[in-house]
Design a protein around this ligand. Structure first.
Ligand SMILES: [Zn+2]
Length: 102
């Protein structure tokens, strides 16, 4: 698949920066929309104060029998109530599982 930006409805708030097909697997790199507010995963309040980014590898549901691996850029917010927290992402946990932290 060509390396270009496009948006799919599966990963709300994120843009596909890169996708790569290989036999039996699809690897997709997702980055947050620049204008998307980050929400605290603890209390759900939005935070303007993003202080770092990290990458997570997430296994999503297979597409047409191929494994789907997501490499997701997640922000960390400095929440007034909870302190530093990874941002909340609506679709993680619903159908995708975090495999490892990088
Ligand atoms: Zn919070």
């Amino acid at each position: 698949m060509a390396d270009h930006k496009f948006e799919l409805p599966f990963w709300e708030g994120f843009t596909v920066a890169k996708s790569q097909r290989e036999p039996g697997a699809t690897r997709i790199t997702l980055v947050p929309h620049e204008k998307q507010a980050a929400y605290c995963s603890g209390c759900g309040s939005s935070s303007e104060r993003v202080h770092e980014h990290g990458w997570r590898t997430i296994r999503d549901l297979p597409i047409l029998g191929d494994a789907v691996w997501l490499r997701v850029r997640l922000r960390r917010v400095r929440c007034v109530a909870c302190g530093p927290r990874t941002e909340r992402v609506s679709w993680i946990g619903r159908h995708a599982r975090i495999i490892k932290k990088i």
